[in-house]
Design a protein around this ligand. Sequence first.
Ligand code: COA
Length: 330
Amino acid sequence: MSTRSTVILGTGSYAPERILSNDDLAHMVDTSDEWIRTRTGIRERRIAAPDQAASDLAVPAARRALEDAGLTPADIDLLVVATVTPDTPMPACACFVQQKLGVPTHSACFDLNAACSGFLYALDTACALLGSGRYRKALVIGVEKLSSVVDWQDRTTCVLFGDGAGAVVVGCSDEPGRGLLGTCLGSDGSSTELLCIPRGGSRAPSTCESIAARDHCIRMKGKEVFKLAVRGMDEAARDILEQHAVRADQISLVIPHQANLRIIEAISEYLELPMERFYVNVERFGNTSAASIPLALDEARRAGRIRPGDLVLLVAFGAGLTYGSALIRW
Ligand code: COA
C-alpha cells in the first residue's frame, strides 16, 4: 500500500435554474405536495434545460471545485465522471467535459457507472490511481440529467428524481492521517431488475414500440428498494466504521446519498446518531443519483458544516444494487 494519502483539495456544485415543485408535478400526474413531502421529504427538484447535457452541468461544478482548490484545468491529469446519463452512449461524458473545460489532452478521461453509488466508486478509483503515483491531480465529478430518463407519466418515480452536478479535486498529501482514510464498496447483482432502465442497451435496443411504452425510462420497485437501501447504507456505514475502529459518535457529519428523507432518518436511528449530524438537502434537489453526494458535500462545506480535522462519513446505495461508504479526515 502506498503511504501517500489522498485529500480533497476543493469542492464545487451546480444545479440547473429551473425549479419543478411538487405542485407543478400535481398538474402533470395524479399526486400531491402532501403525498410527496410525507413519503419522501422532497419539496422541489431542479430540471436541466433541453439544450443542457450532463457535461453542461458538470463543467460549472468542476470550475467551482478547481477555483476552490486554487487550481486550473491545466493541473488535471485524471478526470473521472460518475453518471448514468452521459451526453451520449459513446464517447464518454468525461471527454465532453475535458473539451469544454480545457483539461489537457494527455489526461486520462473516462466515465464510470455505479448508479447512485457512482461518486463513491469514482472517488475510490481516482484515489487508488493517485496513490499509485501515476497521476498528480484528479477531478472527480458526479453528474446526472435524470429528467432525460424519467417517465413523466409514472407518478411512482417521476416525483423522486432531479438534475445536478457535484465535483471534487483530489490530490496527494504527505500529511499522515488526513484525507481519504478508506472506502468500502460492494454490489449485489442478484436484484438488477428492482431499479433499472429496461431498454436502450445492448440486451434490448430501443424500438419505436419500446419508446412509445417508455421502456427507455427508469423503472423501480420502490418498496423493495426502500428496505434494501436502508439495510445497504446501514451496513456500508457500519463496515467502514468497524474497519477503522471509529465509533459512530466520533463522526462529525454524515453525507448520505439523498434519495428519501425517511431512508436517512432510518439510518440515523440505526446508527444512533442524531439527524443534526446528517447533511440533508433532498427537499430541494430530490434524488440526483451520482450527483447527490458531491452536491451535498459542497453545500455542507460552504455552509461551514465541515471544519479541518472533522471525520466525515459518505454513504450511498443505488441500482445494481451497489452500495458504498467512505471515511474522510478533513
Ligand atoms: N402520488 C400519490 N400516490 C402515489 C404516488 C404519488 N407520487 N406514488 C405512488 N402512489 C400510491 C401508490 O399507487 C399506492 O397506491 P395504492 O395503495 O392504491 O396501490 C400508494 O401510493 C402507496 O404506494 P407505495 O409504493 O406503497 O408507497 P411507499 O410508501 O412505498 O412510497 C416511495 C413510495 C417510492 C416513496 C418509496 O417506496 C421509496 O422512497 N422507495 C425508495 C426509492 C428510492 O429512494 N430509490 C432510489 C434509491 S437509490
